[in-house]
Design a protein around this ligand. Structure first.
Ligand SMILES: *[C@@H]1O[C@H](CO)[C@@H](O)[C@H](O)[C@H]1NC(C)=O
Length: 204
């Protein structure tokens, strides 16, 4: 939206003395930034306003360009250039305050924060583009755990483990071991023995 300011150049002459037929010769820029001759135009020192001094009447018309929101958090102001520019390209700010370039993402506080300015809609505030963060999935466990909480590093669902000759444990989804003990029939002799590595007692 352009702001149009029409400023009639003030006649600098004192009240009574000059004949009213004498038109002002120049236009005076706002904020005392010099004069513009009739039929000429000039820019304000910040580069944002262009003023025209009308030939014949010395009526001044100023048009000031509004700057669009700057799509970065490290914009710079160049003297004479109206709108701030982004020397490092567009970027977003993360909740933690880090700058992320457009199209890039960073990991912060177990979240993935992405900067995407493709659909950036500047809002009224001067906040600037914000990174969008989503929580990261928890890392997979280092291994399956027994019900007492002890983890066997490197095991994963589907693995089985021989705990002792009678007990087999299977890791299921959720990284937990289900353990099964093989039942043994009662030995049919009194001098039974259990061979090394076997579960059940045997008779000689
Ligand atoms: C947990 O259980 C497993 C299997 O029964 C056993 O090998 C391990 O020693 C136990 N750990 C503790 C801390 O009790």
């Amino acid at each position: 939206m352009a702001l149009v300011v029409v400023i009639a150049a003030a006649a600098l002459q004192a009240h009574a003395i000059p004949p009213p037929t004498t038109p002002p010769q120049v236009c005076v820029m706002p904020n005392g930034e010099g004069n513009i001759e009739q039929g000429k135009s000039g820019k304000s020192s910040d580069g944002c306003m262009t003023c025209n001094c009308e030939e014949g009447t010395a009526h001044m018309t100023c048009v000031s360009g509004a700057c669009p929101p700057t799509p970065c958090h490290d914009s710079v102001k160049t003297p004479g250039v109206c709108c701030e520019t982004c020397p490092n390209g567009p970027n977003c700010k993360t909740p933690g305050g880090a700058l992320v370039s457009d199209g890039q993402s960073v990991t912060e506080n177990n979240m993935n924060c992405m900067c995407s300015l493709q659909f950036w809609m500047p809002t009224g505030g001067s906040e600037g583009p914000q990174a969008m963060c989503i929580p990261l999935p928890p890392p997979p466990p280092s291994g399956c755990a027994f019900t007492n909480g002890t983890v066997v590093a490197g095991t994963k669902p589907g693995d089985d483990l021989q705990l002792d000759p009678c007990t087999t444990c299977i890791c299921v989804d959720g990284y937990v071991f289900h353990c099964f003990s093989q039942p043994c029939p009662a030995p049919e002799c009194s001098d039974y023995f259990t061979p090394q590595g076997q579960c059940c007692p045997q008779c000689p």
